[in-house]
Write a protein that binds this ligand. Structure first.
Ligand code: ZN
Length: 174
């Protein structure tokens, strides 16, 4: 049975009892991640199975999913994107330990009490899942009034735009 993951937990303890855990946290709890979004609506859902590996290190395998609102960089309108990913983590207590890890496990650093906050456990993974280019997949999904305005501006260019003072200038010269 899946148990709810507490806000802070000891991965080694969970791994020793081979615990399956689930977690649901509001997006707003992930400060660095939500700073990249249009707003903090929604929640992050994750489930993970904890186990000890051959070298008695705690590991967690599972997946996370969320849907969040970001700003389209083409039309500046809000859009919803779905993120979902499988992860494999190995918990380590100092940076040095990370060097001998197998590639398919991403090292996660626990604190001096061998604990980690649930938010810290998932935040980097969430940030990595965000596409680098946040735009509507199809340009037709974009706010067309903005697209047209941008295109018109690009075609005419700032130098050719109508300047109301140019007429005034003429009048003054006459
Ligand atoms: Zn767009």
């Amino acid at each position: 049975m899946e148990k709810k993951l507490p806000p802070k937990f000891n991965p080694a303890e969970l791994a020793r009892s081979r615990q399956k855990s689930q977690l649901e946290l509001p997006v707003s709890h992930f400060k660095r991640f939500s700073a990249l979004l249009a707003n903090t609506e929604g929640s992050v859902v994750a489930s993970a199975g904890f186990e000890l590996n051959d070298t008695k290190q705690a590991t967690a395998k599972g997946n996370l999913r969320t849907s969040v609102n970001v700003t389209c960089q083409r039309c500046m309108r809000e859009m919803e994107i779905q993120l979902s990913n499988n992860f494999s983590f190995v918990f380590i207590s100092d940076e040095e330990e990370a060097i001998d890890q197998e590639d398919d496990y991403d090292p996660v650093l626990v604190d001096d009490h061998n604990e980690i906050a649930a938010v810290d456990f998932l935040e980097d993974e969430l940030i990595l899942q965000l596409p680098l280019r946040l735009v509507h997949e199809d340009e037709h999904q974009c706010d067309q009034s903005v697209i047209t305005a941008v295109k018109t501006a690009a075609q005419t260019g700032p130098a050719k735009t109508h300047n109301p003072f140019s007429d005034l200038d003429k009048l003054l010269k006459n």
